[in-house]
Design a protein around this ligand. Structure first.
Ligand code: FES
Ligand code: FES
Length: 141
């Protein structure tokens, strides 16, 4: 049991029952991987999205976080929020919204920042991979 006195119950819920924990194959062309770290504390978050190529919709998400309870809760919320959304839409998710949702105290803001950064990195990775595979396939005879 983590310190309930310092954490809002939503944090504890996401910490004890994190949603969408796990990994996708990062070489899958439909998968975008965001791997980010917080220099301040050394915590690391990996967030992956699975994208429907034709619609651009994020159909699934996974995370693995080596970090504090707030970082785990933030990544869990982030995976919940990105599912079913367009990539453009999730680029506008702000860490402050995640922090507010979880009632994170100011000292834990950087934990939610990891989640915002990880979402952006995952979308960027997906787009980079896709652009590359388009170039590759155009290069084929
Ligand atoms: Fe989990 Fe809102 S409490 S997404
Ligand atoms: Fe660094 Fe939470 S204390 S991510």
């Amino acid at each position: 049991q983590i310190l309930p006195r310092f954490y809002h119950e939503k944090v504890i819920d996401h910490f004890n029952n994190p949603r969408n924990v796990g990994s996708f194959d990062k070489n899958d062309p439909a998968v975008g991987t965001g791997l980010v770290g917080a220099p301040a504390c050394g915590d690391v978050m990996k967030l992956q999205i699975k994208v429907d190529d034709t619609t651009g919709e994020i159909i699934d998400a996974r995370f693995k976080t080596f970090g504090c309870g707030s970082a785990i809760a933030s990544s869990s919320v982030a995976t919940e929020w990105v599912k079913g959304k367009q990539m453009e839409e999730v680029m506008t998710i702000k860490n402050t919204e995640i922090a507010k949702h979880l009632s994170l105290p100011p000292v834990k803001l950087h934990c939610s920042m990891l989640a915002e950064d990880a979402i952006k990195a995952a979308v960027k990775d997906y787009k980079t991979k896709r652009a590359k595979s388009n170039v590759d396939s155009e290069a084929e005879p």
